[in-house]
Write a protein that binds this ligand. Structure first.
Ligand code: HEM
Length: 211
């Protein structure tokens, strides 16, 4: 076993702030949306907390974006330019998660600092971070003060449309977190990837220079 440094500090700070914030947003969001089902805190407290955490996470997002835009680590998100290779590798990775892993096979992806993600992770994380998270933050901002942003809200089809997008994305994120935490537990030990996102170092077999 050899340790390789794959999660730089800004990414780790962003990630855990974001993860903790998302859980709180989901809990307060559940109360705001389904008032008759959940009453964790007073309604006003739920709304205030939801708004504040939302703003903190919007600012936090720029730690992640800024880090990748201004360092060469952006390479971890560079797409594979050969479609055949991309689909082959994605398929191989799906086969591993769907069945190889249950037969004790080795993960086909061997990470290093510039290729820490398998093709499925790289694509999923980009969809999440460049489309879904910004859309959630943007609709959240509009709903925070519908009067101030009334022209944008109207242009998008009104409060109901904006709110529906916000709630649908909330459902997507709730599902994402469950799948994400499950997949994150599939390292060479169940806690390996979690530890890596805390310390920055992932343990890999061999000399750490594969792939
Ligand atoms: C709630 C508990 C969460 C846990 C335990 C968790 C765990 C992890 C772990 C262990 C990794 C390391 C790499 C990997 O396995 O893919 C990771 C990466 C990542 N997670 Fe999470 N996560 C959580 C929530 C979230 C949320 C809410 C989001 C986004 C909305 C998110 C987005 C990401 C992204 C984008 C990466 C890749 C980061 C990079 O650019 O290096 N995670 N997560």
């Amino acid at each position: 076993m050899k340790k390789i440094y794959i999660h730089p500090l800004p990414v780790r700070i962003w990630h855990w702030t974001n993860a903790f914030g998302f859980v709180l947003l989901i809990l307060t969001g559940l109360q705001i949306r389904y008032l008759d089902l959940f009453q964790w805190v007073s309604f006003k407290m739920a709304v205030d907390l939801h708004n504040w955490i939302g703003f903190v996470l919007i600012a936090n997002f720029f730690i992640w974006l800024g880090f990748y835009l201004f360092t060469d680590k952006i390479k971890v998100y560079h797409p594979e330019l050969s479609p055949t290779k991309y689909f082959k590798e994605s398929f191989r990775q799906m086969q591993y998660y769907g069945y190889g892993i249950f037969r004790g096979e080795v993960n086909p992806h061997h990470p290093n600092a510039y290729r820490k993600f398998n093709p499925l992770q790289s694509m999923m994380y980009q969809i999440i971070m460049m489309m879904l998270v910004p859309a959630q933050f943007f609709t959240g901002l509009l709903l925070w003060d519908v009067a101030r942003f009334s022209s944008i809200v109207e242009a998008l089809g009104g409060v109901r449309v904006v709110d529906t997008i916000h709630v649908l994305l909330f459902i997507v994120f709730s599902g994402f977190i469950i799948v994400h935490v499950y997949l994150a537990s599939l390292g060479h030990t169940p806690s390996a990837h979690f530890k890596a996102m805390i310390t920055g170092y992932e343990e890999v077999e061999g000399d750490g220079h594969h792939g």
